[in-house]
Write a protein that binds this ligand. Structure first.
Ligand SMILES: NC(=O)c1ccc[n+]([C@@H]2O[C@H](COP(=O)([O-])OP(=O)(O)OC[C@H]3O[C@@H](n4cnc5c(N)ncnc54)[C@H](OP(=O)(O)O)[C@@H]3O)[C@@H](O)[C@H]2O)c1
Length: 322
């Protein structure tokens, strides 16, 4: 596995990250079962064996159980903490939290951000996060609240660096204007099935581009040295399901053809398509199967040719290049 530095930080990270959204399987308040715990442990071990040193969490994943299940790692690897990069996210609150009838909402208040990090650290069994990410933009985010929370979390040593997820370029600029800490990562959905970030770059000044707006986010992040991560890089599994759309079926057919020619897994080809982009995007993979984690890791050994990349882009666009 190759490693790269996250600009503006001292963090050296694997080209693939492991996402823990599905780590515990179930999103309920039931205690973690032995089966869930051992499935999670096998997945984490497989990721570590593949050379992955970056683990992505959120306080909401499996309603906190993913972070709890992850904390078993310290039992097997007591000296691992300083060798891996731990990222978690907060800011999303589900319905009925804390009172029955409360709506699903986003909350970037000082109280919620600082309180969420306390919970994250406790569940993960660590005293600091390498990166805290704001999960989804809160229309009610207030400059003073977020700045005070970032200052407090950074000053106390509980959070080393900060990032955002699902933010526009303008929202990142606005946040950066308020807070003293740099925004070092931007995590967004990107796969062959959801490639607006890249599509819009070839649709400048075209009517067709109306539905593909990402407002220059990719270029903005490159310009500012903000590290890019791709969530659901395999489309969340949609290409592999019997219920896949015709378009997804065409994409997976094209992927499988190149995979056969290259003697690698289809997963590796889909990830290599993201990694071939010169922005150095880090896919955050989410399979819980050790053999599929190994299949994903083959992407690190692979560089798609320009022709292969465009072949897949054309199928994903559903149209030839303009
Ligand atoms: N910031 C955000 O808003 C946001 C949103 C979503 C996700 N994320 C992050 O991104 C990470 C990855 O997301 P993701 O899990 O959707 O990523 P993904 O890697 O695109 O999809 C993983 C899913 O695809 C399935 N899959 C993969 N290969 C398969 C195959 N060959 N056959 C059948 N199924 C296959 C997996 O099932 P198996 O487990 O059975 O292999 C799993 O359900 C998350 O863990 C989280 O960290 C962030």
């Amino acid at each position: 596995m190759k490693y790269v530095m996250i600009p503006q930080t001292d963090l050296s990270v694997s080209r693939l990250a492991y996402g823990c959204m599905r780590l515990c399987g179930s999103w309920n308040r039931e205690p973690i079962t032995d089966a869930e715990r051992s499935t999670a442990e096998r997945a984490i071990e497989a990721a570590l064996e593949a050379g992955i040193n970056f683990f992505d969490h959120a306080d909401i994943y499996c309603l906190g159980k993913s972070e709890i299940a992850f904390s078993s790692i310290w039992r097997e690897h007591p000296s691992l903490r300083s060798k891996i990069v731990l990222q978690s996210k907060c800011g999303i609150r589900f319905a009925d939290d804390p009172a029955p009838g409360d709506p699903k909402r986003y909350d970037f208040s000082y109280k919620h951000l600082v309180g969420s990090v306390e919970g994250i650290l406790q569940r993960l069994g660590t005293d600091y996060l390498d990166i805290l990410m704001l999960h989804r933009p809160d229309p009610l985010m207030e400059s003073e609240e977020v700045a005070r929370a970032f200052d407090e979390l950074h000053r106390s040593g509980k959070v080393r660096w900060f990032g955002v997820s699902n933010f526009s370029a303008m929202q990142i600029q606005l946040l950066s204007h308020w807070v003293d800490q740099p925004i070092v990562i931007s995590q967004n959905e990107l796969s062959l099935g959801h490639a607006h970030l890249i599509h819009e770059g070839v649709l400048v000044n075209q009517i067709e581009g109306d539905g593909a707006r990402a407002s220059g986010l990719l270029d903005y992040c490159r310009l500012r040295g903000i590290f890019l991560q791709a969530w659901s890089p395999l489309g969340g599994g949609r290409f592999f399901q019997a219920s896949r759309t015709e378009r997804d079926a065409r994409i997976i057919d094209a992927v499988e053809l190149i995979a056969r020619n290259r003697s690698v897994s289809p997963e590796a080809i889909m990830l290599a398509w993201i990694m071939r982009h010169p922005a150095g995007i880090q896919p955050v993979i989410g399979t819980g199967h050790p053999d599929r984690i190994r299949a994903c890791a083959q992407a690190d050994e692979l560089e798609l040719s320009r022709e292969e990349w465009y072949e897949l882009f054309t199928v994903a666009r559903g149209d030839r290049m303009p």
